[in-house]
Write a protein of this length. Structure first.
Lengths: 668, 221
């Protein structure tokens, strides 16, 4: 009821946004409405996860008359409803203050409710037709918002790349569902669950599902659109695209691979793990070298998707091997990471939106010293950055720790490929985690600490109350999800039970609040106790310092952080902070080359230090692909200019060829 | 009259039509092409008449008459008249040399036999053989259309293709007359269209080589 009502509000809001777009107050009204609808959907998801059993479903006479639209809620759907609408509610609340002041607001506001609606419908869909229609609406609505600022050539390019990749993804999903439905053509998910896929059919379904949903989620090398499109949209939309839409894609992957596809062999798990590991490391390496704050966050999304996919792949590998308990553990870890990433990535994107609103800049080179000027935003961004750098006691640590714990059990698999492969992926994950920490130390340090690098940054002041409140709420969510991990994992075990067929007890040995996924002696973590211990230590330290320290007043210069001169150029810059990593990793992967141009003797011009880098995946995969398409198009184009005899010859040739095929098939 | 005898005669006439199809490919003079085409039409009329006699289907006599009057007489005479009136160049301009055309033609006949015989395993022997022959005639007509440059020879190729269709129609038992009349009319329509077409080309370019048309298409800069 709650969910249906909220879903029906959203299209009305879109219509209202179109009709009343000229009035400035209408944008606030629309976003407030979206906030209420998302909150209602969030409550609906919580209510379902809290008590319901069974899976309520509905068949509505929408779409094609003989197909109808099927909807259903099960635990997995409810979990993703939670993940999506928590972030969506925060982004909508942020947009009340943010979205109405954008210059291109009238090209964004009408599509925002549609985008939310489409993402929720993807989760609720119970037949392939509804799923794909909602999926396409999601792509198109977000595409429209990506190109909303279409005067910028870079945004237009982002839109083009995005729409090509979105079409590619759907192009993969269409035959995937077609194979799942089989010749009978029953497109409901129930019918697909019951169907047995042959070995070739199963292979193709898994491959197409991974390509189709992976391209939306940002799996390397299908990620190329993501760092272009996510930053091009306005920040509250970027937050949703990065924090939420990628989760919808992962939902699709889980739904198809673990639910609809009957039996997946462990090979697919191994392949996904490897892809996830490469995605994580490459994503964070790209991120650490970015100068644009939003691009950095978008590449970091690629990394986190990789981490979540490592967990998912591990779950599939364990499940294919029959080790249900470990499969459930890996899946819990993966889902936990998806939820976490949704929260902190939305927070960070909203933070970047606040920075852009306050300074008008998104390049790290123009920021600096914002913590003093924007204390609320700075504090919330710090929590998000610490969480994404997986520092305890925040939520990012718990999920990455759980994924690592389940990776440690990888060598228990009987296949040698996995015995050796799992530690390699584990090393990738550890490397990615360390680099992510560096990346966010750099992002936060350059943007919020030090001295302002531009006048705009020097004159920034904190954003409006609604924007601050939404960021603060997400920061609190980061802390809460980190401090009570056992409560979260208990909820997640309900979700994974139908997918793995086992009831996992993550804290069986020690009980609440200890998280001991493998066994009590192999590793246990309790953020609750850690935080309480830390807080009491802090209190003791304060008490000791204040009681036992000297009370005498002493005057001295404050520490100047090693910058005695008050010029911003003497600080670290974004590129200089990343230089060690660029030299260590970038030299081979990105072909990073540095060159110094010295002025002629007597010339007073400054010396120049330039860095050139190439994107190996763009240059190595997409550019040749584009050239190949161009070449084919050029050559096929000649068919437009054939002679009359040429056309006749072509038809004749086709006819003879078809006849030959028939003749040869008869002989066989 | 035995079954075998009627089969042999039908086979003989069908093969004559096919041979005339090869003859069309072999000719180097436009008038010879027209004569061969007339011969093919006569053979077709004979085939239709023989089928009418064997199947006791009097409407096939009408088909035979149409073939004889229009295809064997009216159309060749009309083309003859056109060529003389327009002063068209009287050699056949080939795109593929005649030797190669013949080889490809033989291959096409082999293909249609290979194709038709297994497909129609359930049908009577007469139908099977005739269908194979008819299909060969159709393919040879198409081959003629693509390997000859001159518009007259292309028209003849098109009509040879129609002959093949009619041969297939008369050999299958119980084909209603409507079909044959429509086919005959379509040939006439095509004839008219191509006639106007010839005048048009002639007026503009002083030649019937279709290559001259190509530079007049709007989409080529």
């Amino acid at each position: 009821m709650l969910i249906a009502g909220a879903l029906m509000t959203l299209p009305l809001l879109a219509v209202f946004a179109i009709l009343a777009g000229r009035r400035d107050f209408s944008h606030g009204v629309v976003y407030a409405g979206c906030f209420v609808a998302s909150a209602a959907l969030l409550a609906g998801g919580l209510q379902y996860l809290g008590g319901h059993s069974g899976a309520p479903s509905a068949v509505l006479p929408l779409g094609l008359p003989w197909i109808k639209a099927h909807f259903r809620i099960d635990n997995l759907t409810a979990l993703f409803l939670l993940i999506i609408n928590l972030s969506a509610a925060a982004a909508s609340a942020f947009a009340v203050g943010y979205g109405g002041h954008l210059p291109q607001r009238r090209r964004v506001t009408p599509f925002y409710p549609i985008f939310l609606l489409a993402m929720n419908l993807v989760l609720l869909a119970d037949d392939a037709f509804t799923f794909l229609v909602a999926w396409e609406c999601m792509s198109l609505a977000s595409w429209l918002m990506v190109v909303s600022d279409h005067k910028d050539a870079e945004n237009r390019r982002a839109g083009t790349v995005y729409v090509i990749m979105a079409v590619f993804g759907t192009f993969c999903l269409l035959p995937c569902f077609g194979l799942l439905a089989g010749p009978g053509g029953d497109y409901t998910f129930d019918a697909m669950r019951l169907r047995e896929l042959g070995s070739l059919g199963g292979f193709l379904v898994a491959l197409l599902a991974i390509l189709g949903t992976g391209s939306k989620a940002g799996l390397v090398p299908l990620h190329a659109w993501l760092p272009l499109a996510h930053p091009a949209a306005p920040s509250h939309v970027s937050a949703l695209m990065s924090g939420v839409m990628t989760k919808v894609a992962l939902y699709g992957m889980i739904r198809i691979l673990l639910d609809l596809h009957g039996e997946l062999s462990w090979h697919w798990g191994a392949a996904l793990m490897l892809a996830g590991g490469v995605t994580a490391v490459l994503g964070v390496l790209y991120a650490v070298l970015q100068d644009d704050l939003k691009k950095l966050l978008a590449y970091s999304t690629v990394e986190n998707i990789g981490v979540a996919i490592i967990g998912l792949g591990l779950a599939i590998a364990f499940k294919g091997d029959g080790q249900k308990e470990l499969a459930a553990l890996a899946l819990v870890a993966s889902l936990y990471h998806m939820a976490n990433h949704s929260v902190f990535k939305t927070l960070l994107f909203l933070g970047s939106g606040a920075v852009i609103a306050a300074t008008g800049h998104r390049s790290l080179g123009a920021l600096g010293g914002l913590l003093n000027r924007m204390p609320w935003t700075g504090a919330a961004f710090l929590v998000g950055a610490a969480a994404i750098a997986s520092l305890p006691p925040l939520n990012g640590f718990v999920s990455e720790w759980l994924i690592l714990q389940s990776l440690f059990k990888g060598p228990s698999m009987p296949h040698w490929a996995m015995k050796f492969g799992v530690p390699v992926v584990g090393a990738f994950l550890a490397l990615a985690a360390a680099l992510a920490a560096t990346c966010f130390v750099r992002a936060y340090g350059i943007a919020f600490l030090g001295r302002p690098r531009s006048d705009a940054a020097a004159e920034a002041c904190d954003v409006s109350f609604g924007m601050r409140a939404s960021m603060a709420a997400l920061a609190v969510a980061c802390v809460v999800m980190g401090v009570i991990p056992v409560t979260v994992t208990d909820a997640l075990t309900h979700v994974v039970r139908p997918l793995t067929g086992i009831d996992l007890a993550v804290s069986a040995d020690l009980g609440w609040p200890w998280l001991s996924p493998v066994s009590a002696t192999r590793g246990a973590y309790s953020a609750t106790i850690l935080v309480m211990f830390g807080l009491s230590l802090f209190a003791v330290a304060i008490f000791v310092v204040h009681r036992l320290g000297t009370q005498a007043t002493r005057r001295a210069d404050p520490w100047d952080c090693g910058h005695p001169e008050d010029i911003p150029e003497s600080q670290y810059t974004g590129p200089s902070f990343a230089q060690p990593l660029r030299r260590a990793f970038g030299h081979t992967i990105f072909q990073a080359r540095e060159s110094v141009t010295m002025p002629e003797p007597g010339d007073t011009a400054p010396a120049k230090h330039t860095v050139s880098m190439i994107d190996p995946i763009w240059q190595g995969l997409y550019v040749p692909l584009g050239k190949a398409v161009d070449w084919i198009a050029d050559h096929v184009n000649k068919l437009q200019y054939l002679t009359v005899r040429g056309y006749l010859l072509m038809m004749f040739g086709t006819l003879v060829f078809m006849l030959l095929v028939v003749a040869v098939r008869q002989q066989l | 009259m035995s079954q075998q005898f009627s089969y042999d005669i039908a086979h003989l006439i069908g093969a004559t039509v096919l041979m005339a199809g090869f003859g069309l490919l072999y000719q180097r003079r436009v008038f010879a092409v027209l004569n061969t085409f007339a011969f093919q039409a006569v053979a077709l009329a004979a085939a239709a008449a023989w089928q009418a006699h064997v199947q006791h289907a009097p409407h096939l006599y009408v088909t035979a008459a149409i073939a004889l009057l229009f295809k064997a007489m009216a159309v060749p005479f009309a083309l003859h008249w056109l060529i003389e009136k327009l002063g068209i160049h009287r050699t056949v301009e080939t795109a593929l040399s005649i030797g190669w055309t013949m080889i490809v033609g033989v291959a096409l006949v082999a293909l249609s036999i290979m194709l038709v015989l297994p497909v129609t395993a359930a049908a009577s022997a007469l139908t099977r053989e005739s269908l194979a022959l008819a299909m060969s005639v159709v393919l040879l007509g198409m081959l003629m259309m693509i390997t000859r440059r001159n518009a007259v020879t292309q028209v003849v190729g098109f009509m040879a293709l129609e002959n093949g269709l009619i041969l297939a129609a008369v050999s299958a038992k119980g084909m209603p007359l409507v079909v044959e009349i429509s086919i005959a009319f379509s040939v006439l329509v095509a004839m008219t269209v191509f006639g106007i077409f010839f005048f048009r080309i002639r007026e503009r370019f002083d030649s019937l080589d279709v290559a001259y048309l190509e530079s007049y298409r709007g989409d080529r800069s």
